[in-house]
Write a protein of this length. Sequence first.
Length: 155
Amino acid sequence: MQENKFKKLKKNEQERDFFCVVSDAFRVFARRSSRMLGSAWAFAGAVLVIVVWILTGPTFHFSDTWQLIINTATTVITFLMVFLIQNTQNRDAKAVHLKLDEMIRALKGARNRLVDLEDLSDEELKKLEEQFQRLRKKAEHDGTRSHKANSAKSR
């Protein structure tokens, strides 16, 4: 039984195209890197690198090469981090959207057309936002009236 499952998994793995394998590997790498590089230890390490760079300034007479080293290093690191951060944010946003979609579908009386809001135009989103603002104001107004009525009854 266990051997059958293993064979099925092996067959599925072989059938996956190269793009999926690379995409999955990058996803795992990006997630782990984001956790690691977003930590206090990574920040402390970056501060340490900058302090070491500053302290070596007098040794290199604050030369153009000395400045070029930090500029190049920070540019390359920033360039690579953009892709890591964007990947993790895209995945997190998609997961949040799916969770919210499930909640909308599960709630009785919820408007299912709100499920794919991210696909609406800016104008449609603006109209919907205005509609929600009107609903909020109405609820606040009704809430203050009912609150006053409840206060009067309790006296």
